[in-house]
Design a protein around this ligand. Structure first.
Ligand code: ACO
Length: 425
C-alpha cells in the first residue's frame, strides 16, 4: 500500500497521507489539503468521509460483517447479555466476573429517577411522542446529576444507562394514564424494563422469559453501528465539550427521524396501512418502484449494507421463533412476511440490493411483544445508548480531539448592496 496519495489541482501536485485501519480499510487524510491548496473536499451525505478513527465497531457492508471491539455480532447476540455488551462497548474489553457484577449492581441501584423529575412528566401532553419525552428528560438529567469533575464520568454513564430505561417506561405509563411502576432491584436490566412497562399495581405480573430474551437480543443488535447519523451527532455535539446528557439527548433526536431509528415505527404503520387498504401488497411494491411516487418501503435498504445486514439475518430467525413461541396471530405480521417474500424476488429490489433491514424485523418483534408502535424508536435508543456513550468517551479521550466544524462550498448570491424596503419590487 502506498503511504501517500497524489492529488493534482491547478497544475500543482499534493501528497496526501494514507491511513490504514486494523482491518485494512484505507483512508486518504485530507486534513492538510485546505491549508496547502485552498480547496476542500465535497461529499454530500458524508458517504465517503471518515470523520474520525475509532476502535469501537467494525463494519464491512459488502461482506455483511459487524463486530463490536472485534467480537462478531452473531456471537454476542447468541451468548452475551446486554449489560456486558454495554460494558464492552464503553470500556473496550469484556468484563470479568467481578467487573460485571459491580456494573450490574450499579445499573440496578441507579435505576430510580429523582422524585422531583417525576413532576416533569405532568407537563407533557398525554399524547406526546415518547421520543420527545425521552430527549427532554435525558437533557434534564444534566441538571440533577451535573458533571463537576472527571470522577463523575463513570457514575454519570451508569446513571444514564440505568435511568433512561425508567424514563422510557414512565413515558409509556404517562401515555396510557397508568401509575408509574418503580424499578425492582431483584430483576435483570431487560426484565426490569418490561416490568416497569407492563405491570400494574392491581395484579401480579411475571416477566415472560421469552420477552426478556427477545429484548436482550434486540438491545445487543442495536448497541452500536459506528458513525451513523445519531452517533455522528453525539460526536458532533460532544466535540464542543457539551456534557454527556446533552450529547446523548442530541443523538436521541437524530435517531427519531424516519430514515434512521424512526423507520421501525414507520414499518408497522406502513404494514397497517397496506392491511387497511385491502392487503394489496403488489400495489405498494409498485408504488415503491415508481420514481414519480415518493412512497418508499420502510424497513428496506441500508446506507452501508449493500448485500445483507447481519443484524437482520439474526432478527429474521428470532422473529419467527418469538412469534411462534408467543403464539401470536396478527394479520399485520402476515403482510410483513408476504411483503418480504415479494420484495426479495423483485428485480427492482434485487438489482439495488434492497433487503429488509434490522428495523423491518425489530418492528415485527416489538409488535409481537406488545410494545406500542410509537415506543419502537425509544427501544432503539435504549439499545444504542452504550454505543453513543462509548463514542462520546472515545472522543473525550482523544488527545487530538478538536471541535467538529465541517466546511461548505457556498453557492448563494455574490456580494450585493442592501435594497431599502421602498425600492424593492
Ligand atoms: N424503497 C424503494 N426504493 C428504495 C428504498 C426503499 N426503501 N431504499 C432505496 N431505494 C432506491 C432508491 O430510490 C435508489 O434508487 P435509484 O438508484 O433508482 O435512484 C436506490 O434504491 C438507492 O437508494 P438511496 O436512497 O440512494 O440509498 P441511501 O444509501 O442514500 O439510503 C436508506 C439508505 C435511507 C436506508 C434508504 O434505503 C431508505 O430510505 N430506506 C427506507 C427507510 C429505512 O428503512 N431506514 C432504516 C435504515 S436502517 C437503520 O437506521 C438502523
Amino acid at each position: 500500500m502506498d503511504d501517500a496519495a497524489k492529488l493534482s489541482l491547478n497544475g500543482q501536485e499534493y501528497s496526501l497521507p494514507v491511513v490504514v485501519g486494523s482491518e485494512n480499510e484505507v483512508g486518504v487524510d485530507i486534513s492538510r489539503l485546505r491549508g496547502e491548496s485552498g480547496a476542500i473536499t465535497l461529499d454530500s451525505g458524508y458517504a465517503n468521509t471518515g470523520s474520525c478513527t475509532s476502535s469501537i465497531t467494525f463494519i464491512d457492508g459488502e461482506k455483511g460483517i459487524l463486530r463490536y471491539r472485534g467480537y462478531p455480532i452473531e456471537q454476542l447476540a447468541e451468548k452475551a447479555r446486554f449489560p456486558e455488551v454495554a460494558y464492552l462497548l464503553i470500556y473496550g474489553e469484556l468484563p470479568n466476573a467481578a467487573q460485571l457484577e459491580g456494573f450490574r449492581q450499579a445499573l440496578t441501584y441507579h435505576s430510580m429517577i429523582h422524585e422531583d423529575m417525576k413532576k416533569f412528566f405532568e407537563g407533557f401532553r398525554h399524547n406526546a411522542h415518547p421520543m420527545a419525552i425521552l430527549s427532554a428528560m435525558v437533557t434534564s438529567m444534566s441538571s440533577y446529576y451535573p458533571e463537576t469533575d472527571e470522577d463523575d464520568e463513570d457514575l454519570n454513564i451508569v446513571r444514564l444507562l440505568a435511568k433512561t430505561k425508567t424514563i422510557a417506561a414512565y413515558a409509556y405509563k404517562k401515555a396510557i394514564g397508568q401509575p408509574f411502576v418503580y424499578p425492582q432491584n431483584s430483576l435483570s436490566y431487560c426484565a426490569n424494563f418490561l416490568n416497569m412497562m407492563f405491570s400494574v399495581p392491581a395484579e401480579p405480573y411475571e416477566v415472560d422469559p421469552i420477552l426478556e430474551d427477545a429484548l436482550n437480543v434486540l438491545l445487543i443488535l442495536h448497541a452500536d453501528h459506528e458513525q451513523n447519523c445519531s452517533t455522528s451527532t453525539v460526536r458532533m455535539v460532544g466535540s464542543s465539550q457539551a456534557n454527556l446528557y446533552a450529547s446523548i439527548s442530541a443523538g436521541i433526536c437524530a435517531l427519531w427521524g424516519p430514515l434512521h431509528g424512526g423507520a421501525n415505527q414507520k414499518v408497522i404503520e406502513m404494514l397497517s396501512m397496506i392491511q387497511a387498504d385491502g392487503g394489496d401488497i403488489d400495489k405498494y411494491v409498485n408504488k415503491a418502484k415508481d420514481k414519480d411516487d415518493p412512497f418508499r418501503l420502510f424497513g428496506f435498504g441500508h446506507r452501508v449494507y449493500k448485500n445483507f445486514d447481519p443484524r437482520a439475518t439474526i432478527l429474521r430467525k428470532a422473529a419467527t421463533s418469538v412469534l411462534d413461541r408467543l403464539g401470536v396471530d396478527d394479520p399485520t405480521l402476515d403482510i410483513a412476511r408476504q411483503l418480504e417474500e415479494i420484495a426479495l424476488k423483485d428485480e427492482y429490489f434485487v438489482e439495488r440490493n434492497l433487503y429488509p433491514n434490522v428495523d423491518f424485523y425489530s418492528g415485527i418483534i416489538y409488535r409481537a411483544m406488545g410494545i406500542p408502535t410509537d415506543m419502537f424508536t425509544v427501544m432503539f435508543a435504549l439499545g444504542r445508548l452504550p454505543g453513543w456513550i462509548g463514542h462520546w468517551k472515545e472522543l473525550r479521550q482523544d488527545p487530538k480531539g478538536r471541535i467538529n466544524r465541517p466546511r461548505q462550498i457556498y453557492t448563494g448570491a455574490v456580494e450585493r448592496d442592501f435594497v431599502p424596503l421602498d425600492q424593492r419590487g
